[in-house]
Write a protein that binds this ligand. Structure first.
Ligand SMILES: [Zn+2]
Length: 210
């Protein structure tokens, strides 16, 4: 983030890790991320690790993890967030971590799912398993960044499907995403996941746009 050399492995230096714009939402109930998802059924907790701000170095960071083939940034930040959120007991009753799925076309184009890397980072710290098989993105929606409001909402409606929901009945499922802006994509995903009977949902976002 500062442009300093961190060795062969992509990632942030200790100084940048320390100065990231943290939200403290792991210990704040009714925080901005929870409020964005307020009408979601069976939602337990929702929190973002960092604030996303345009023209802040965090913007470049998110861009690199998504589009510039640097998913290890996502993994590193997932680990860092997990180490800090553990102190707030954020993961205590979570059974499984589900990264926000990408459509197969997008996955093919990008080569990786950045949210899965975040999830793997969290999993390595918490030992909670990651599941990438049950929740699927079945509609290839246009790039969210280019849309606002109602168009965004309409585009993600029906974009997700859950395979074999019975295999996840009664679990507490943590859905992980890289960036929550309005929350419409996450809401659409959690709406599809309501077919998982008896499930409770929590949400972790690496970043939340203010
Ligand atoms: Zn740095």
């Amino acid at each position: 983030m500062c442009g300093g050399y961190v060795g062969k492995k992509a990632g942030l230096c200790d100084t940048c890790l320390t100065t990231l714009p943290r939200t403290e939402q792991a210990v704040l109930r009714e925080n901005m991320t929870e409020t964005a998802l307020a009408d979601v059924k069976h939602l337990d907790r929702a929190a973002a690790f960092l604030f996303f701000e345009k023209d802040h170095p965090i913007q470049g960071l998110v861009h690199r993890m998504k589009y510039a083939d640097q998913p290890m940034i996502a993994y590193q930040l997932g680990r860092q967030a997990a180490m800090e959120f553990q102190y707030a007991d954020f993961f205590d009753s979570i059974d499984v971590i589900v990264p926000m799925p990408l459509h197969k076309n997008r996955l093919r184009e990008r080569g990786y799912n950045q949210s899965e890397y975040i999830a793997r980072g969290i999993s390595d710290v918490t030992n909670i398993p990651v599941d990438t098989t049950h929740v699927e993105r079945i509609k290839d929606t246009p790039k969210q960044a280019l849309q606002e409001g109602k168009a965004r909402q309409e585009n993600v409606a029906g974009a997700f499907a859950v395979n074999h929901p019975e295999q996840m009945y009664h679990m507490h499922i943590l859905v992980v995403d890289d960036l929550i802006t309005t929350g419409e994509t996450m809401k659409a995903c959690l709406h599809a996941m309501q077919t998982i009977r008896g499930a409770t949902f929590s949400v972790f976002a690496l970043c939340k746009a203010r």
